[in-house]
Design a protein around this ligand. Sequence first.
Ligand code: CTP
Length: 395
Amino acid sequence: MNGKRILLIIGGGIAAYKSCELVRVLRRRGASVRCVVTKSGQKFVTPMTLAALSEDKVYTDLFDLKDEAEMGHIQLSRQADLLVVAPATADLMAKMAAGIADDLATTLLLATDKPVLVVPAMNVRMWDHPATRRNVATLRADGLTVLDPDEGPMACGEFGPGRLPEPEAIADAIATQLDPAAKPLTGKHALVTAGPTQEPIDPVRVIANRSSGLQGFAIAEALAKAGARVTLVAGPVSLPTPAGVNRINVETAAQMAAAVDQSLPADVAVMVAAVADWRVDAAPAKLKKEAGPPQLNWQKNPDILATLCASPQRPHLVIGFAAETEDAADQGAAKRLRKGCDWIVANNVSQDPMGGTQNRVHLIHADGTENWDRMDKAQVAQQLVQRISDAFCGN
Ligand code: CTP
C-alpha cells in the first residue's frame, strides 16, 4: 500500500486502543494515515497519541474554522484513497445508514466520494440486535464494505461476535480494498459450505465426522481476499470467522441445506462440507443404557450439492469436494457427473487424515484431471480461488 492515503475514523469504544496499533501497521506497510476521532472516541484514545503515531494533525471538530479555511471537510474526505471506520460503533453505523451528519466523522462519511471500509466493534447483543443487522445490511447495499467482527471474549465479560479484528487482519482488508487488481472477484457472491454436520441421536448424542473445517474456511478467506462477498455456511467447528466473511452456523444437514437455499443467488458455490448422508429419528429424551443397544431409524439427508446443481438458481460455477479413501481421482470424476457440478476437488483421506494442515488434491473438470502437489490447505485455497477468478475473467 505504498503511498496510499488512509483517512482513519475512530469511533468511541474500548477497541479504539487497537486503532493506535492499526496506524502503526498501516504506516509500516507504506501508507500515510490521517486520523479523525469522534467525541466519544477521544474518551478512549487521545488526539495527541494519534498525532504522534500518524505524524500528522488529528481532526476532531467540524467547526474548527482554521481547518475550514485551510482544509474543508469535503477536501479532507476526498484527499484520501480510502476511508476506514475502526472501531465503528453501533451508533456510528446507525447514523451512517440513516445519512445523519452531525459531527466531523459523520459529515466526512456523507461527503466522501471514496470507498469506505467499516470495521465494527461492539457488545455481542448490540451486534445481534435487529436494528444493527438492518443498518449493516443497508451500508452493504449502499456499497460500503463492512467487515464482520471477530468472535471471542469481550471487554464487557460476554462472549460472541463483536470484537474488533486484529490490526494485521484489518490492514489485510485495507490492502485488498486499495488494490482492485488483487480483487478479481469484486461484485461476485460466493457461497461456501464447510466443516462437518452433526445429526442428533438424542438430546446429548450426535452422529458426526472428523472434518475440521480448515479447508473450507481457508477457501472462504481466499475468496473474500479476492474481493468476493462470501457467505460461509459452517457446521460445528470452533474456527474463527475469516475477515469480511458472513458466517451462518448450522448443525444438521437439513439446516445446512436451508441456509444454502436462503443464501442464493450466488455466482459461485464451493461445497466443502462433509455432510452426513444419513440422520436418525432423534429420541426426545436421553437413551438409557438399560434399554439395550438403540434401534436407530435411518433417514436419508438431502444432497445439498446435487440439489443446488439441479436448482433453477444454480450458480454459474459449482464446485464439489470428494473425500475418498481409495481411487480419489476416479471416484471424484464419477461424482462430478453424478452430482452435476462443474468441478470436483478430490482428495484421498486415508493417507491424509481430516484435520491435517496439508492437502494433496486432484482438480477434476470437463477437460480432465489435474494432480496438484501436496501443499498447505491455505495454498490449495489460493490456487483454487485463482482458478475461480480465471473462470470468471475468461482466462
Ligand atoms: N454433499 C452434499 N450433501 C450431502 C452429501 C454430500 O452437499 N448430503 C456434498 C459435499 O459437500 C461434497 C460432495 O457432495 O462437496 C461430495 O460429498 P461426499 O460425501 O464425498 O459424497 P457423497 O454423495 O456422500 O458420496 P459417498 O458418501 O458415497 O462417497
